[in-house]
Design a protein around this ligand. Structure first.
Ligand code: PNS
Length: 164
């Protein structure tokens, strides 16, 4: 034990289109529990994203520039295949409300069935952020609403560029 302890790494996957204050809170909190968090930006979503994968990665990297144990990557294909390649067996997902549960439960069970060594850890979002989602941010911004409470200032600037 002692010096022999293996470092713990977890993957925080998502679309992050764009990253919100809710995501930031979950990443910061999980980075205090695990030695390293890999934020994995999915690039094979069917939906048309507002931001390119490169833009999404850059925003997260810039926000976490001072966090040595937060790393940002992208993946395509199945999450479990990416986890196997990276040799990580822990996935972190956030739960905001009961409505998130069914989809998250289904995904966690499916990933566990496909790759039994992989475990999903759920974190409850902070009460302050239960109503925040990337979809709400985009809808509000596209209609000229104020998103300054919902995203980091760096992201707010990029969204304004997109909709101007
Ligand atoms: O931020 P999101 O959109 O809720 O993230 C969902 C994401 C990207 C984590 C999920 O759709 C995913 O893992 N996609 C990769 C394909 C995959 O492995 N699907 C799960 C099979 S059950």
């Amino acid at each position: 034990m002692g010096n022999c302890r293996q470092s713990s790494v977890a993957v925080f996957p998502g679309s992050f289109d764009p990253v919100t204050v809710g995501h930031i809170d979950l990443i910061e909190r999980s980075a205090t529990v695990f030695d390293k968090i890999i934020v994995a930006v999915a690039c094979n979503q069917e939906k048309t994203p507002l931001f390119t994968v490169a833009e999404r990665i850059k925003m997260i990297e810039d926000i976490f520039i001072d966090s040595d144990n937060v790393q940002v990557e992208t993946f395509s294909g199945l999450l479990i295949d990416y986890l196997k390649r990276r040799q990580v067996n822990v996935v972190i997902r956030g739960l905001r409300a009961v409505s998130d549960f069914e989809y998250e439960f289904q995904m966690a069970l499916m990933n566990h069935k496909l790759a039994p060594g992989i475990e999903t850890f759920f974190m409850t979002s902070s009460a302050l952020y239960t109503y925040v989602s990337s979809r709400i941010v985009k809808e509000l911004a596209s209609l000229g609403g104020d998103v300054s409470d919902l995203v980091h200032p760096l992201v707010e600037e990029k969204i304004k560029d997109k909709y101007s």
